[in-house]
Design a protein around this ligand. Structure first.
Ligand SMILES: [Zn+2]
Ligand SMILES: [Zn+2]
Length: 224
């Protein structure tokens, strides 16, 4: 594939990949918000990426990854997710911190190391937060948004969306309260006027806001 992209461009590629995969229109303001930079900075970087053939403008979708851009985005997503697994399983970095640490390391992972990681980490189909590896999207397609689950239902937490992974405080909150992939929880109540849902996790009630719930996907339980 030739030359390597800068860390900045790789960060853009990841975000563009996630939004495009989810069918969310890619506009500058949204990118600026997610990446924590100013709109003019986004505009400049997108211009460079267009010039380099990584994205193309589209009237309805905003910016779209080209075939080349998509291939590179998939590569950086894979390196990110495998690095998360490495940090968690081998280096024992807490689940809530692997995303931000992997974010710094992923840019230096070579294709050779990526292959070694994949083979030695059991060829995972998702990251440790349950987000599907590129090519394994169907793996996550049978999971429901937690927001759709009613009181009294037992579910298994399967996935915390990538855009939730970006919030370190949220990740610590979820970890401390045991709301992580594999955990079985019961929905106790939903209070739309209060924008909250209460879950029972290991016999403890935990109240979470709708702004958090939107990142969580579940499998209908119970675990036997
Ligand atoms: Zn991550
Ligand atoms: Zn992850």
């Amino acid at each position: 594939m030739g030359e390597k992209n800068s860390a900045t461009v790789e960060d853009y590629l990841e975000t563009l990949y996630i939004l495009q995969r989810d069918g969310v229109p890619i506009v500058g303001a949204r990118l600026a918000e997610i990446l924590g930079v100013t709109p003019p900075t986004v505009t400049n970087t997108l211009k460079r990426m267009t010039r380099d053939g990584l994205i193309t403008a589209n009237d309805i979708q905003g910016s779209l990854l080209t075939e080349t851009g998509l291939e590179m985005a998939r590569s950086v997503m894979r390196r990110h997710m495998l690095t998360e697994w490495l940090l968690m399983t081998v280096l024992k970095v807490p689940w809530s911190q692997i995303h931000s640490e992997a974010h710094n390391l992923e840019h230096t992972v070579s294709e050779m190391i990526e292959g070694q990681m994949r083979n030695n980490l059991g060829n995972p189909k998702t990251c440790p937060h349950g987000n599907p590896m590129p090519g394994f999207e169907s793996f996550a397609s049978s999971w429901f948004p937690l927001a759709e689950i009613g009181p009294g239902e037992l579910v298994i937490i399967r996935r915390i969306h990538e855009l939730g992974e970006n919030d370190p405080d949220l990740m610590i909150f979820l970890e401390e309260n045991g709301i992580i992939p594999g955990a079985q929880v019961e929905v106790l109540d939903t209070l739309p006027f209060n924008q909250t849902m209460t879950l029972k996790v290991k016999d403890h009630p935990v109240s979470i806001g709708f702004s958090i719930i939107k990142f969580i996907y579940v499998e209908k339980g119970p675990l036997i």
